[in-house]
Design a protein around this ligand. Structure first.
Ligand code: 6PG
Length: 257
């Protein structure tokens, strides 16, 4: 059978979402522990949505709750909705409830102030990133992304003018409520050492195949997720359903559990 190289360094396909979560948690913990063995702190940027909650809960549970020295982790967000931090739609609230609230040692938390107007929140977050990273562009050790059903990542939506910017943070508008959003820019995401996608479900299979296997002439024109790069590794964790449209012979790997 002809092999088909995919547009990522690694594509890990698990039978079910729970297995995909387990594989992603292990991989992320390995990355953070490896980097913490050679540097004082690590910085991670996390996404919202419905997919990553179980991953955050898995990282908050043994062995990872103790394996990772969370007091040396700086936690950022890839994006936020313009809502209060206790709003059910808040990505901050999602990560607090599933990952951070119960950790044995608290990380440094860098919340996007969704309660502010989007422009002001974006400016405040950009200032905080510049302060932490001592320069105009953040370089996260790891960025965790999901992908929307339209191929968006963070709060960067198809055909958005904010897809092309030199800034690190942008104010955007989601087609779905809550409409006003704050998001890392592609430039900030793509400066990361490692970028990890966690994408599950058959509804995303065709866009996953368009992006990873080039099943459309120019997926980058249609899907922001196709514009994501990494300075180091780019890894996609998929369940079998989200991988369902990949071509036979696609170079994927089984999860190491
Ligand atoms: C958000 C997320 C967003 C998410 C995708 C996928 O604020 O909603 O950051 O980018 O990753 O919309 O969402 P699901 O995981 O719910 O499919």
């Amino acid at each position: 059978m002809q092999t088909h190289q995919l547009a990522a360094d690694r594509v890990v396909v698990a039978d079910a979402p729970a297995e995909s979560v387990e594989a992603a948690a292990r991989d992320i913990a390995d990355t953070l522990c490896r980097r913490l063995s050679v540097q004082p702190t690590v910085s991670v940027a996390l996404s919202g949505g419905t997919t990553p909650g179980p991953l955050y809960a898995r990282l908050a549970a043994p062995p990872y709750r103790h394996l990772i020295d969370w007091s040396r982790v700086h936690v950022f967000w890839c994006d936020e909705r313009c809502v209060a931090p206790d709003d059910p739609a808040s990505n901050y609230r999602l990560v607090m409830e599933t990952l951070l609230a119960d950790l044995p040692r608290m990380p440094d938390i860098h919340r996007i102030k969704g309660e502010l107007p989007a422009g002001l929140a974006a400016q405040a977050y950009a200032r905080e990133l510049a302060e932490v990273f001592r320069g105009p562009l953040p370089w996260f050790d790891l960025v965790l992304l999901g992908m929307g059903g339209d191929g968006h990542v963070a709060s960067l939506f198809p055909h958005s003018p904010q897809l092309v910017t030199s800034r690190s943070v942008v104010a955007t508008r989601s087609p779905l409520p809550p409409h006003p959003r704050i998001s890392l820019s592609l430039r900030a995401i793509n400066a990361a050492h490692e970028v990890v996608f966690l994408v599950h479900g058959a509804s995303k299979a065709d866009i996953v195949a368009a992006i990873l296997a080039g099943r459309e002439e120019d997926p980058a024109r249609l899907y922001p997720a196709a514009l994501v790069r990494s300075q180091g590794r780019l890894t996609w964790f998929l369940d079998r359903a989200a991988a369902g449209s990949l071509p036979a012979g696609a170079t994927t790997e089984e999860p190491k559990l």
